[in-house]
Design a protein around this ligand. Structure first.
Ligand SMILES: *Cc1c(COP(=O)(O)O)cnc(C)c1O
Length: 391
């Protein structure tokens, strides 16, 4: 037993493990009943008609843009402050990412800034609930309708959250969830596209499965009624399928989503209570009508602290066995975006200034109050050391 407190830790129960072994014993390992059930559960939760399971959130974003027909010569608006997959998917289809700075409180894109970036080449807008916060998503959906530019909701950080009565995953023409082990629920690797649009759903389902015409579960073992359809391909597709045992884990996790969110909310509330009074720590700003499912708990240091101080504090936390991370370095300043598109420091000042002072603290369901207290104490000691070293 070590005393390490990791940044994240998956919530896997014996029931989850039984669900996976049951699926392994069933004899069907791909495109079967577990995938169908997982798709049904996630779509239902997001208030959507269709769910299309894929093997990562990134694969889901890629297919969403392909299904919308985005390609070379097109522009897609996306936040500079997000995980890099929110922009990489645009590059995959040969389109140009057009970055937007973030609001200093919600950390999501500002609607006015999005509007100012719309041109006749804009083919889609990728809206991200950064750290799971659905702030401004309603206005973004309205803007997308007004300009008739489809919104793709990168909901990979927000499963289970909502703004008023609007569930995360219900805002875009298509929305995409991710199930990497640090997300609210996990399938190990996995993702899901949700939509109400029949045509887009069909297209995504075909594209994830080698562009097949027929994607019924009967085909895999050669018992399809229509001979030949398994090997006919309408599109150049991909293999982005989610396997049955991954989907089985997803179903089992979905059935505990409320319980998982409750625990994440408990952890977030403890951090907030513990850190609220510290004038050098900016805790997450959450609007009153927002229900958070808490992907991560990210604090910001006041501007008495520099980028180097922040990194020193993260190093210090890690040396004391407390997981911490710098969520997120701006996407436009990552080497490929600098070299391909010529972005440079100063292009998105709010995002740059914020990303220099963020620290993601440990966030997972089984974090105890004692551990939270230890994390906060360690953080405050590291901050004090920097203050003292200046005097
Ligand atoms: C996690 C995440 C994704 C997808 O991640 P995968 O590892 O591909 O499942 C996409 N966008 C955002 C904002 C994310 O946080």
């Amino acid at each position: 037993m070590n005393n390490e407190i990791p940044l994240s830790y998956p919530d896997i129960t014996e029931d989850d493990i039984r669900a996976v072994t049951r699926s392994l014993r069933s004899g069907r390992l791909s495109i079967g009943p577990q995938l169908e059930e997982f798709e049904r559960l996630v779509a239902l939760h997001a208030g959507r008609t269709y769910g299309i399971g894929v093997n990562s959130g990134t694969a889901g974003l890629h297919l969403a843009l392909l299904a919308l027909g985005v390609g070379p010569g097109d522009e897609v608006i996306t936040p500079a402050f997000s995980f890099i997959a929110s922009a990489n998917c645009i590059v995959y289809v040969g389109a140009t990412p057009v970055f937007v700075d973030c609001d200093p409180r919600s950390l999501n894109m500002r609607i006015k800034d999005v509007e100012s970036k719309i041109t006749e080449k804009t083919k889609a807008i990728i809206g991200v609930e950064v750290f799971g916060n659905p702030a401004h998503m309603n206005e973004l959906a309205q803007l997308s309708r007004r300009y008739e530019i489809p919104l793709v909701e990168d909901a990979c950080e927000g499963l289970g959250g909502r703004s008023g009565n609007d569930q995360i995953g219900s805002f875009g023409r298509l929305a995409v969830f991710g199930f990497y082990p640090n997300k609210q629920i996990t399938t190990g690797e996995g993702g899901m596209i949700v939509t109400d649009d029949d045509r887009l759903a069909d297209l995504c389902r075909s594209l994830r499965n080698h562009g097949r015409v027929d994607h019924s579960s009967k085909s895999e073992n050669g018992t399809s009624n229509e001979l030949g359809t398994w090997l006919s391909h309408d599109h150049i597709g991909y293999n982005y399928r989610l396997s049955e045992c991954h989907a089985a884990l997803g179903c089992s996790q979905m059935n505990r989503l409320d319980e998982i969110i409750e625990q994440r909310q408990r952890v977030a509330a403890s951090y907030t209570r513990r850190l609220l009074a510290n004038p050098d720590i900016i805790i997450p700003t959450i609007e009153p009508d927002v229900f958070m499912s808490w992907f991560v708990y990210v604090i910001r240091l006041s501007d008495r602290f520099t980028f180097f101080d922040r990194d020193t504090i993260i190093d210090g936390l890690r040396r004391h066995d407390v997981g911490a991370s710098n969520y997120f370095p701006p996407i436009h300043l990552q080497p490929p975006y600098r070299s391909m598109f010529g972005y440079k420091p100063g292009d998105f000042p709010v995002c740059e200034s914020i990303s220099e002072r963020t620290i993601a603290l440990p966030m997972f369901t089984r974090l105890t109050d004692r551990e939270i207290d230890l994390v906060c104490q360690t953080l405050e000691v590291m901050m004090m050391r920097i203050t003292f070293s200046r005097d």
